[in-house]
Write a protein that binds this ligand. Sequence first.
Ligand SMILES: Nc1ncnc2c1ncn2[C@@H]1O[C@H](COP(=O)(O)OP(=O)(O)OP(=O)(O)O)[C@@H](O)[C@H]1O
Length: 276
Amino acid sequence: MKTVMEPKRTNTTFAEQPLTEKTEKKPVALDVKHLNIYYGENHAVKDVNFSIDQNTVTALIGPSGCGKSTFLRSINRMNDLIPGARSTGEIQYDDVNLIGDDINVVALRKEIGMVFQKPNPFPKSIYNNIVHALKFNGIRSKKKLDGIVEESLRKAALWDEVKDRLHESALSLSGGQQQRLCIARTLAMKPNILLLDEPASALDPISNAKIEDLIMGLKKEYTIVIVTHNMHQASRISDKTAFFLNGVLVEFDKTDKIFTNPSKKDTEDYITGRFG
Ligand SMILES: Nc1ncnc2c1ncn2[C@@H]1O[C@H](COP(=O)(O)OP(=O)(O)OP(=O)(O)O)[C@@H](O)[C@H]1O
């Protein structure tokens, strides 16, 4: 696996820095230990401990404000952008603590990509949405860029719908297509882990189903962590489910177990809709 430690300076630019050698994938993708996240005085994530296996889909569920998105954003350091946010503890990834001080956040976000609730394509062509970051990272060969565009769009189950209109504006796509384009854009960076923050909640049921199928297919190649408010979606697509409440990880287990025989009463109350 690639590493996200601050790369050694060479005569290439910072953005072009290679992410160093690949070694064998470990069975655990992310190992979270005593993770605490604060916004000023607000203790939003409280002493969370669990590990996420490679090539699985993990659903994060829980009522609004329980810390799901905060936890998700901490994995690729998006919380760094929020004034007053700070974290303690560890998120181990390939023997590197992702919340440590010595992390190259640019490299980290290539390896751990994120897709948000609202599709946010650039106001550029479909093609340029995919190649934008690749060009920034020094890839110039048209043949290579064309290849990555096709590969990413195929993986995101969008190629057949857009292959004849690659140079049209991404904004001309439907919401569901835009979201698959955003997934393709993330896949073009060749990540190991995909973080999805309610990626289908703003979409119609057919687009939602396409995104769910896509996620289930992508886990062969990627480790996926998804925040969802949709219990049916969590039970359909995830292997494991983490239930958060008031910043605490109440229960983490196989999805079947969480939805059929949870160990904690709070989990049962939440999944059966008796909560709040
Ligand atoms: N940018 C921010 N600045 C300050 N506090 C924040 C910020 N984002 C979230 N919080 C606080 O952190 C806590 C957890 O919020 P978070 O958004 O992580 O919950 P969530 O479970 O993802 O909620 P939702 O399901 O509504 O998206 C809440 O108390 C919230 O007010």
